[in-house]
Design a protein around this ligand. Structure first.
Ligand SMILES: Cc1cc2nc3c(=O)[nH]c(=O)nc-3n(C[C@H](O)[C@H](O)[C@H](O)COP(=O)(O)OP(=O)(O)OC[C@H]3O[C@@H](n4cnc5c(N)ncnc54)[C@H](O)[C@@H]3O)c2cc1C
Length: 297
């Protein structure tokens, strides 16, 4: 029987991936690269690497590949970082790779979205090991199971690049891909200051993250790292508020795993209303500040 290695770049990712592990039906261990994940996920063991920061992709991929040699499956939550790193792990292990898995039919057959989510492909892997990135929203949250032992693991990082420093441009807001609430704005926000005041204001009132459409990013209204969608970030919050967003297929590809979508758009025929759970046909410059006032009480 095979065995799964769940790679958690951040400690909370282990719990988010545990539903996938149970769906796969294989025993699993956790490799926690930073911090200590919950111990009651039903893993065989949790290996704690305790890195203060995740090293460049080439270095950490070699370290993960070393730990992963005896596993039939290696998986992590889908993110730019995990795809960068795990693609290298797959190369090093000569493994099959499936990205953005949303469902498991068997240990070799998975479903994943294609063409901005308008097609769901069924993919069969033809060799072992199998390396996967997964979208956890597709899998039930795992029930808490018995506590498993944890042990330190020494990872030796040998990288061809060195990070000299990093500045956090996101300020105190939660990470877009992990946030429970996301407030996003589109092209009508006009300029960066208006975007920050209107969209940032509501996001802060809700302790949420800020997102944007590609049109907003391309117009210089929002920074590139806030782009949500097919060529941006994939989000899966409990609440996604879209203000002044038309609902293009490319944008919807990044938000369709959101539990509740609220759309604010002054055009009642805007496509986003077809996907929204709640729709407000209103000028966003009236609706969003009003919502913020109500939230702040
Ligand atoms: C290959 C490719 C990849 C792409 N990837 C992405 C991607 O990852 N993410 C992404 O978002 N897009 C992506 N796009 C672009 C996408 O096709 C759309 O152009 C973009 O999503 C539109 O952004 P928008 O909704 O902000 O702007 P618009 O389409 O201009 O829509 C603005 C909306 O705001 C409404 N509105 C206007 N004024 C107000 C107001 N005052 N109050 C309320 N509502 C108002 C309008 O009715 C309209 O519905 C991609 C395109 C291509 C070709």
């Amino acid at each position: 029987m095979g065995r799964l290695l769940l790679v958690a770049f951040e400690p909370h990712e282990a719990a988010a991936c545990a539903g996938f592990a149970h769906a796969l039906g294989l025993p699993f261990d956790v490799l926690a690269l930073s911090g200590e994940p919950d111990a009651d996920l039903g893993a065989g063991k949790t290996m704690i690497a305790n890195l203060s920061e995740i090293p460049p992709a080439d270095g950490i991929a070699k370290a993960i590949a070393e730990v992963a040699r005896d596993y039939s499956h290696i998986a992590a939550i889908s993110s730019m970082q995990s795809k960068d790193v795990l693609a290298r792990v797959a190369g090093l292990l000569d493994a099959a790779m499936v990205t953005d898995a949303t469902a498991v039919q068997s240990p070799t057959i998975f479903q994943r979205p294609m063409v901005a989510g308008s097609i769901i492909a069924t993919v069969e892997t033809l060799c072992e090991p199998v390396v996967l990135t997964i979208r956890p929203a597709g899998f039930l949250t795992a029930q808490r199971r018995g506590v498993s032992p944890s042990e330190p693991v020494q990872v030796t990082v040998d990288s061809k690049a060195k990070r000299l420093g990093a500045t956090n441009r996101g300020g105190a807001r939660p990470d877009l891909t992990q946030a429970r609430i996301v407030v996003s704005g589109g092209r009508p926000l006009r300029d960066a200051a208006t975007f920050e005041k209107v969209i940032g204001g509501l996001a802060d009132a809700l302790s949420g993250a800020v997102g944007a459409t590609r049109a907003a990013v391309d117009s210089g209204i929002a920074p590139n790292e806030l782009q949500v969608g097919q060529t941006g970030k994939i989000v899966a919050p409990e609440l996604y508020i879209a203000a002044g967003i038309s609902g293009s297929t490319q944008h919807m590809a990044g938000i369709k795993d959101s539990k509740i979508i609220v759309a604010i758009n002054k055009d009642p025929d805007a496509p986003i209303f077809e996907a929204a759970d709640f729709g407000l046909v209103m000028d966003l410059f009236d609706a969003v500040p009003e919502l913020e006032r109500k939230v702040r009480g």
